[in-house]
Design a protein around this ligand. Structure first.
Ligand SMILES: O=C[C@H](O)COP(=O)(O)O
Length: 224
């Protein structure tokens, strides 16, 4: 179970990798546009910030297979290790996944709303599939059930693809997607923080400090 940050905000990425066991970053065109900055220099800054040991999944913007492949090859050469070209599961995207697979470039299938899209992406050679849990819930679907079905199809048919749960809006969706078999989760930093923070944890720590300080004061007893 891996945890990624779904953001292109450098401050959030720095804070996230400093505090938490973050294994990488995912972006899409909306996330980049929100930063309103130069796309390529921001992607390079993200890569420099996370290093080569963490994954980076960057989405293409082309709508034709040739354009997607051209973008993918360029970004892959620029980013080096641990890079995934994130491609929507439109027909031209599936074609691009096949071509990139034949060129040895790793891809992540995104904008997934149905399990059959994952079957298609897996056969086309994608390494990850990103179902949009909250966007499915928003159309009165069941995002977690889609993850469950995807996980079942992957294991039943021994497909070589991992589930990268995306589009989360609350902790419950993340919790249930993990139970449903999501291999990796991507979420913005504020949501990742809700996975750690709990009022009773905070209250317990506060009580420890009060009781310690009532006897020993604020100083530690260690002789560093
Ligand atoms: O690229 C995938 C994002 O996780 C989509 O998230 P969103 O539904 O919050 O825009």
């Amino acid at each position: 179970m891996l945890l990624l940050l779904d953001t292109a905000n450098l401050e959030d990425i720095k804070k996230g990798i400093d505090l938490y066991p973050i294994e990488g970053v995912t972006t899409n065109p909306s996330i980049i546009a929100r930063e309103n900055t130069n796309f390529l220099s921001r992607i390079c800054d993200i890569k420099d910030t996370i290093g080569s040991g963490r994954m980076l999944h960057v989405q293409t913007v082309g709508l034709k297979a040739d354009d997607i492949v051209r973008e993918g090859v360029y970004l892959n050469q620029l980013m080096g290790d641990n890079f995934y070209v994130k491609i929507p599961v439109i027909p031209e995207g599936i074609k691009a996944m096949k071509v990139l697979k034949s060129m040895g470039v790793a891809t992540t299938a995104t904008a997934i709303f149905t399990p059959q899209q994952v079957v298609m992406a897996a056969r086309a050679g994608a390494s990850y599939a990103a179902p949009y849990i909250n966007r499915i819930d928003n159309i009165i679907g069941d995002g977690v059930k889609v993850v469950e079905d995807i996980s079942r199809i992957i294991s039943t048919h021994n497909l070589d693809i991992k589930v990268l749960g995306a589009s989360f809006k609350n902790t419950e969706q993340i919790h249930k997607a993990c139970l449903a078999g999501a291999h990796t989760i991507t979420a913005p930093l504020d949501l990742v923080e809700t996975l750690v923070n709990h009022p009773l944890t905070g209250a317990s720590v506060e009580k420890f400090s009060i009781e310690w300080e009532s006897v020993y004061g604020k100083k530690l007893t260690y002789d560093f």
